[in-house]
Design a protein around this ligand. Structure first.
Ligand SMILES: [Zn+2]
Length: 93
């Protein structure tokens, strides 16, 4: 029997969690808060890390959307400008 092949080990970026005591952003893998030295329970930290990841994902999604809107607005603006320029040329002929 061969051992189940795991997918490529993806080195994930350090996950962040909020210290339940001082609310500072800390490494989710740490056992004590580096700000207030509180002992952190892995379960509590895991919940916080998940929440933090969700927040980060939501933020990056919002960024994507606003970047797309900016790109579309720029394109529409360029087309409108070109249309005006074309019309102006056409009318002054
Ligand atoms: Zn703390």
């Amino acid at each position: 029997m061969s051992s189940a092949k795991q997918g490529p080990v993806t080195k994930t970026a350090p996950r962040f969690a909020r210290c339940p005591k001082c609310q500072e952003l800390i490494d989710a893998a740490s056992e004590t808060c580096r700000f207030c030295n509180a002992h952190l329970s892995p379960g509590e930290l895991e919940e916080s890390a998940k929440l933090q990841q969700k927040l980060t994902e939501a933020k990056s999604r919002a960024n994507d959307r606003s970047a797309m809107i900016t790109a579309i607005a720029g394109l529409v603006g360029a087309i409108l400008l070109y249309g005006l320029w074309f019309l102006a040329r056409f009318m002054t002929r």
